[in-house]
Design a protein around this ligand. Structure first.
Ligand code: BGC
Length: 756
């Protein structure tokens, strides 16, 4: 089969780690000259002795394999004491004393948890996101680690998929900017310092497009779509110098990513110039047998041939590569290349100089979960929340109000951290009720749980796999709990209802076909609505949800994702106006599941629907509008912003000229606030169908009440480029519409003509 990626030669990124390091090469070459075949294959083996695992297999005989030199790295253990113990075995007992590296899923913080990545992305604040990764790297390296399996940059347009929580939403441009910020945060200028670590961009590739939003499912996609909308964030991470890449579980063009040579070699290495190491996902080598590609030996050889260097947990490489070499199914050169890349990573991490450099016992006390990291977590969390509704300015609340605080997530430290908080300790998290008491000690709080997160026994069982009390079932009946909450509401000025998903209702293997609030909580809200008291809904969620009834019947909705260790304090900061919310959605909220996939940069159809009441033979539904409930880029503030008409420096441009597009933004409200000003471009006529508009820039602007500022974007032909039918990244002469606005649907627009 012709390689999918062979004809594309468009990317020209510069890899800042281009390895011409003669010293490193000489060192690795000399070391490899002493290694046996078994020892080389041993380096390709990444094992986990247990801990938080995501597959049915954990590694056995780890100790013995360490002594033989049959392990390249370990993941799933933390703490300088434990990592040191394992390192000592490798360094003192294996023949060549090659140190191990230690990895972990450090996804949105290590011990100090920040908002889940989807929440972080809603801050649209790259400096803040970079800072969160920087702190995570400092904590993780103080905890014995030197490799983070992050950033996860899978673009996702289907909120049924639970792993939307781990990424940055639906937009490739924003996703790419965030990918770079994360890599910078983790790795610093390189990753040789003891407080930086090697990042791992994942899951390469297209994992976010799993069919029907069901995890681990197949992916099938046109090339233009993958190039334009799914690959850019991985590429951005590679350009930013990411040290490693993780292959994904799904297939692409009928070959699983882990054994896909077009992807791992032709695209990643040859076209993008990636020089680092490629690791499989958890047993994804072995799983190619389930995909129907042959027995363990066959699929392991397929993976090595494809360009995979390291086998996570499955030990297919360890147990079969030697046989495959003898049978001519793989070459010595391929094994050597993979081994070299792993040794190079260790060299760059400084492990050959000092295998114990990340195991400093004095560091945890000064670097982990300090008042400084908690302060940052609080600030960053507040920036990630998105105000979806605020009728009659019910928010911010007065600090002296009488508040009925209800809902299953109001007093649940267990659910504050969100998915992938493997090193986090939820007992250190701040629950919403605690945060409210901290921030508004004079408020009168009347607490009632009101409902269980869910009463659906299958959902409870499947959610509570790792934490039996994550969805905690009250001894009282649903009616009793609702009655208590209604009584609380009747005594209060305002209701704050803290509702949503349990932490593990999103994340890996947490797809849902119904993405609304569980029935138990809807029943609670409906009973509360009948009291006539104003209701502020504080939502916990790891995905876009269907919130039709809530959007009509709640007075305010604050989407807080899973805010991390300081969630409760940060939520209270926003509820009481210590911080004016500034987050904007990075994922469209559908009105119902039938609209999925729904995303702002869809294509034009031949029969566009313009909301005509009696239209027939148009691209629409009979029973729901085409628009999302809340569009990409949407988010309110406690103040209001006024956009002037757009100003364009020219209406006709030629060649490499620069267009200046601007608006005057005014804070027309009474308090200071930040606004994310968004730039979109529509390519009106092209040789291929284009989307209705694409995000091309954004700026987050702070304005005092009454203050105005001109917000200026410089546009060059670079921002007009797209992938044409030959998969060439280029632009075409013609008409373009430039939009600047507060979200993807509300924009000020102007037309230009630009010729080559
Ligand atoms: C996940 C990865 C993760 C790995 C190691 C897998 O199941 O897909 O994202 O890094 O486990 O924990």
């Amino acid at each position: 089969m012709k390689c999918l990626f062979a004809i594309i030669l468009i990317f020209t990124g510069v890899n800042i780690y281009a390895q011409n390091d003669a010293k490193m090469n000489a060192f690795v070459t000399s070391l490899m000259s002493k290694m046996t075949l078994d020892e080389k294959i041993g380096q390709l083996n990444l094992v986990t002795p247990g801990g938080a695992v995501t597959g049915s297999v954990v590694s056995k005989g780890v100790d013995e394999n360490l002594r033989k030199g049959y392990v390249g790295g370990l993941f799933g253990i933390t703490g300088p004491d434990k990592t040191r113990q394992a390192q000592q075995i490798a360094v003192n007992n294996s023949r060549l004393k090659i140190p191990l590296f230690f990895g972990l899923d450090v996804i949105h913080g290590h011990k100090t948890l920040f908002p889940i990545p989807l929440g972080l992305s809603c801050s649209w604040d790259l400096a803040l996101i970079e800072r969160s990764a920087r702190i995570a790297a400092t904590e993780a390296t103080a905890d014995g680690l030197c490799w983070a399996f992050s950033p996860m940059v899978d673009i996702a347009r289907d909120p049924r998929w639970g792993r939307v929580s781990e990424g940055s939403g639906e937009d490739a441009y924003l996703g790419g900017e965030i990918a770079k910020a994360m890599v910078r945060g983790y790795q610093g200028k390189d990753y040789s310092s003891t407080n930086t670590l090697m990042a791992c961009v994942k899951h390469f590739a297209l994992y976010g497009a799993a069919e029907a939003g069901r995890d681990y499912n197949s992916v099938d996609m046109s090339k233009i779509k993958m190039y334009e909308y799914y690959l850019p964030p991985y590429k951005a991470a590679v350009d930013a110098g990411v040290g490693s890449v993780m292959s994904s579980f799904n297939d692409i063009d009928a070959v699983p990513a882990t054994g896909n040579k077009c992807l791992l070699t032709d695209l990643l290495r040859k076209q993008w110039g990636f020089k680092g190491l490629v690791v499989s996902d958890y047993t994804s080598v072995n799983e190619m047998t389930n995909h129907g590609l042959g027995d363990l030996q066959t699929v392991s050889a397929l993976a090595l041939n494809a360009g995979l260097d390291m086998d996570m947990v499955g030990e297919g490489f360890l147990t079969t590569l030697k046989k495959s070499l003898q049978k001519g199914k793989v070459t010595q050169q391929q094994i050597d290349n993979a081994c070299r890349r792993i040794l190079e990573a260790k060299y760059k991490l400084g492990l050959f100089e000092d295998p114990y450099r990340y195991m400093d016992d004095s560091r945890p006390a000064k670097d982990i979960l300090t008042s400084g990291t908690r302060k940052a977590a609080r600030e960053i969390a507040a920036h990630s929340f998105v105000l979806l509704k605020n009728s009659a300015q019910v928010l911010p609340l007065k600090k002296t109000s009488s508040i009925a605080l209800v809902g299953p997530l109001a007093d649940s430290r267990r659910n504050m951290l969100g998915t992938w908080s493997v090193a986090g300790d939820f007992t250190k998290a701040v629950a919403v009720i605690e945060g409210i008491k901290n921030v508004a000690p004079d408020a009168n709080i009347i607490y009632a749980k009101g409902a269980n997160i869910s009463d659906d026994s299958m959902l409870i069982k499947r959610t509570n796999v790792f934490a039996p009390d994550e969805i905690e079932i009250d001894k009282r009946s649903p009616d009793e709990m609702i009655a208590e909450a209604v009584a609380a509401a009747n005594k209060a000025d305002v209701v704050v209802a803290v509702v949503g998903e349990a932490a593990d209702m999103t994340g890996e293997a947490s797809s849902r076909s119904d993405i609304g609030l569980p029935q138990s909580q809807l029943n609670l809200l409906k009973a509360l609505a009948k009291t006539g008291k104003p209701i502020v809904m504080v939502l916990f969620n790891g995905r876009a949800m269907t919130l039709n009834w809530e959007s009509e019947n709640m007075n305010a909705i604050l989407d807080t994702w899973f805010g991390g260790t300081e969630a409760g304090n940060a939520i209270a900061d926003v509820l009481f106006g210590n911080y004016n919310p500034s987050g904007k959605l990075t994922t469209s909220f559908p009105r119902n599941v039938g609209q999925i996939p729904i995303f702002y940069n869809h294509k034009h159809t031949g029969r566009p629907f313009n909301n005509e009441p009696n239209a027939k033979f148009k691209s629409n539904y009979l029973d729901v509008s085409n628009d999302p409930l809340y569009p990409f880029g949407f988010g309110l503030s406690y103040t209001s912003f006024n956009y002037s008409d757009i100003k364009l420096s020219k209406s006709n441009l030629k060649g490499n000229e620069t267009l200046t597009a601007s608006v005057t933004l005014t804070n027309s409200g009474k308090i200071a606030g930040e606004e994310v000003v968004q730039l979109y471009i529509t390519d009106v006529v092209a040789s291929v169908t284009r989307s209705v508009k694409d995000l091309k820039g954004f700026q987050k602007i702070l304005l005092q009440p009454g203050e105005s500022k001109e917000v200026v974007f410089k546009i060059t032909p670079e921002q007009l480029k797209f992938f044409n039918s030959n998969l060439k990244w280029d632009w075409e002469s013609g008409e373009f519409i430039i939009h600047i606005g507060t979200n993807s649907s509300e924009v000020k627009s102007g037309k230009i003509n630009w010729v080559k």
